[in-house]
Design a protein. Structure first.
Length: 129
């Protein structure tokens, strides 16, 4: 049994299968989940687990070379905009509709219980060397 890191076996296994350039969407409970990518649904109740908790856990285990979010987030959800801005200085901002379109090419979708609007980020996996 693992004693640290991500304990959810479905999420831990899905992260271990990712490679350089793969996309990972971490999303709120309301984001439409595209049909193609593998889905790990962590939503339990509204707000649990939070977007910030899941993002932090994933970033502890994953090398990320880029991130994309919706520019609507800045006005509708300033706390998430601040969180992503601090984590990703080169955060790419596009429309929410464009983010939904690009998410279809992700390899993995991690659905949180977050119930705040636009708490979504599409990560691009990097390489550790």
């Amino acid at each position: 049994m693992k004693k640290s890191g991500i304990l959810n076996r479905h999420l831990a296994g899905a992260l271990a299968e990712l490679g350089h350039g793969d996309g990972v969407l971490i999303c709120d409970v309301g984001m439409p989940v595209p049909a193609g990518p593998r889905l790990v649904d962590l939503a339990f109740r509204a707000g649990t687990p939070s977007f910030a908790e899941v993002l932090g856990g994933v970033l502890d285990e994953l090398v990320v070379e880029g991130a994309t979010a919706a520019h609507e987030m800045a006005e509708a959800n300033p706390a998430t905009a601040e969180l992503l801005g601090a984590r990703f200085p080169d955060l790419r901002l596009i429309t929410h509709d464009e983010l939904k379109g690009e998410s279809a090419a992700a390899r993995l979708v991690v659905r949180t219980g977050e119930a705040q609007p636009y708490a979504n980020v599409l990560l691009r996996c990097g390489v550790f060397f």
